[in-house]
Each structure stands twice: as structure tokens, then as C-alpha cells.
Ligand binder design. Structure first.
Ligand code: AVJ
Length: 321
């Protein structure tokens, strides 16, 4: 009963966000709605595809520097809540969790995700993979997450936000998010945050427009979700995936571009698109190490450690509140 009510709320919010985004000029839709069961599966395929380097870079960090990271977050710390924002299938954090368990560190793992699928997957698989782990999962989006954090227990907190998830916010919004995150923490709490770094623009573009067309499907899935869940009347074949990368700003953006005049009907609302009109669906912001440090300092975090892969394509930074 509770689940049903929450699901209805999610649909109401989804409808409201879609209508608000399509009413804007230029049109946009929030990337957080990529992730239904099908979207989660497509994202897993993206992570495994040859053009998407992001996951492999961060995986290198988590497999090659596991002990270093485990020590950095647990040394001198009593029992803590290890709160992971957007854990996905835990394929990266699992290495860290295993190391912490091996070292006898006492912690409570709190995965928080926007996707039911993800939370259910963790609840059913993690205890088998990591015997002895204590899990208290939550379902919600970043803003609910922050509220839950500050009103939650007064135990010490270690926040994990991997996978360049913050890249999905424009940088002003990222600053604000990091500021809100800082305000929900107490002095001495720490954050391990993943950022994708600036690199050869061609490599970045290819990662968001892969040869196998998985990212294309992923982007189009947003429209499929609208037609399935919101009963939106639309013609998916009238849209194409397009991605751009601006090396000046570090913004990698995805769009759905109308290949002909078309419209999207939701309830009584009709949104018209003319040929070549776009809907901006996602940003994947890339940063320099200097910009990342600036984000930390501007929000009263002290940078204490930096972990990068061998090519310096990706960074996991450790900050203390
Ligand atoms: C899950 C936000 C890290 O932006 O790189 C991958 C999502 N979108 N390909 C990213 C994504 C298209 C991904 N993050």
C-alpha cells in the first residue's frame, strides 16, 4: 500500500517535471528520469561498452587503490554510517566495502537511490556477496537524500558519491548541491566524490555517442518512459540522439532532436516541436583538478586526499567537513 502511494507520487512528480521542461524555451527534460528498469539496464550496457571510459577509470581506482581508500576513510574514526548516493550495482563500492569488512571496521551501509530496481538489487544481492554487512537502504532523489541526511541519526557520516554523478548537474547547481551537502554534515564527517576530468574532446564525445548506439537508446528511453508511464502521445521515430562537448566550459550535453515536425501530448497539454528543434536531456560536466578544489574550498570542505587512475582521466576526491 505504502509502495503504491509512493509510486503514484513519483508519477505525479514526473508529469509535473515533464510539463515544466517542455514548456520552457528551449525545451528540456531532466536526466534523472532515464532510470527505470529498462534505463538501468541500458546504463549497465553503457558502462560495459568500449567507448564509455568513465566506469573503467573509476573501477581502476577502486581495485588498485582499495586499501589506501579504506584506510583514508576509516583511520581514527569510530563506527560510522557509510552513505552511498546513487550506488547502482555497487560494482565499485563493493571493493571498498569488502576491504572495510576485512579490516574489521564497524559501519552501517546506507545506499540511497532514485531507482527501486537498484535498491531491490542491493537488498537481495549484497548480503550474499558481503556476508556480515549491515544495510539500511533508502529510496529517493538527491534533494530528499540531503533532507534524510540532516534529519537522520547523529552518527558520524562518510558520504560516497561515485561515478561522476554530480556531473549531471550544471556547475552552478553542483556548487549548490555541495554546499547543501556540507550543511547536512557535521565537522569531521567526510565525503568521497567522483569527478570526470577534462581530456581529449574526441574521447569525451565518443563516450556519449557510442558506436553501438546504446547511449542513443538510453536517451530515447526517456520518451519511451513518458509514453508508458505518463500515457504521453508521441512518436519516438521522430527523434534522434545528439551529443555535444564544449572544451571551453567542459559541458558535455545530450539532446533529443526532432527529425520532423511533431508533437508530444500529455493529458490536455500539447507540446509542438518543429523540425530540428531540440530537447536538452542531460549534462555530463567535466572538471579540471583546480576547479574541483575550488568547489571544495568554496563550500567549507577541506580536501584531504586525491585518487586518480593512471591516465588521470577520472578523480575520486576525499574532503572533510
Ligand atoms: C551516471 C551521470 C555518471 O553522465 O557519465 C552515461 C550517465 N549518460 N552516458 C554520465 C550517462 C550517458 C553518467 N552518470
Amino acid at each position: 500500500m505504502f509502495v503504491l502511494t509512493e509510486k503514484e507520487n513519483i508519477i505525479a512528480q514526473f508529469t509535473q517535471d515533464v510539463i515544466a521542461g517542455l514548456s520552457m524555451t528551449p525545451k528540456r527534460l531532466p536526466s534523472k528520469y532515464f532510470y527505470d528498469a529498462k534505463g538501468d539496464g541500458l546504463f549497465r550496457d553503457i558502462m560495459a561498452c568500449k567507448d564509455y571510459y568513465v566506469t573503467r577509470c573509476e573501477m581502476e581506482i577502486f581495485t588498485e587503490q582499495t586499501e589506501k581508500i579504506a584506510r583514508a576513510i576509516s583511520t581514527g574514526r569510530g563506527e560510522f554510517d557509510l552513505i552511498e548516493l546513487g550506488p547502482g550495482d555497487c560494482s565499485k563500492s563493493k571493493h571498498l566495502l569488502q576491504a572495510l569488512l576485512n579490516n574489521g571496521v564497524r559501519f552501517n551501509y546506507v545506499p540511497i537511490d532514485i531507482s527501486y530496481d537498484v535498491i531491490q538489487g542491493i537488498e537481495s544481492n549484497l548480503p550474499g556477496d558481503l556476508p556480515g554487512i549491515q544495510i539500511s537502504s533508502r529510496h529517493g532523489d538527491y534533494h530528499q537524500m540531503l533532507k534524510a541526511l540532516s534529519s537522520g541519526s547523529d552518527s558520524r557520516k562518510v558520504i560516497l558519491n561515485l561515478g561522476a554523478n554530480v556531473g549531471n548537474m550544471p556547475s552552478e547547481q553542483c556548487y549548490k548541491f555541495i554546499g547543501d551537502l556540507r550543511n547536512s554534515l557535521s565537522k569531521g564527517d567526510i565525503v568521497l566524490m567522483g569527478f570526470d576530468l577534462v581530456k581529449d574532446p574526441k574521447i569525451i564525445r565518443a563516450a556519449y555517442d557510442d558506436d553501438e548506439g546504446i547511449t542513443r537508446e538510453f536517451n530515447l528511453n526517456l520518451l519511451r518512459r513518458m509514453s508508458n508511464e505518463l500515457e504521453a502521445d508521441l512518436d519516438i521515430s521522430k527523434f534522434e540522439h545528439y551529443c555535444s562537448y564544449d572544451p571551453v566550459t567542459g559541458a558535455c550535453k545530450s539532446y533529443l532532436v526532432a527529425v520532423g515536425d511533431t508533437s508530444i501530448d500529455i493529458g490536455a497539454e500539447r507540446f509542438k516541436l518543429s523540425r530540428y528543434e531540440s530537447i536538452w536531456t542531460e549534462i555530463s560536466q567535466k572538471y579540471t583538478l583546480a576547479q574541483i578544489e575550488d568547489i571544495a574550498l568554496a563550500n567549507a570542505f577541506q580536501p584531504i586526499n586525491l585518487f586518480t587512475d593512471s591516465r588521470e582521466w577520472f578523480a575520486d576526491v576525499l574532503w572533510e567537513a
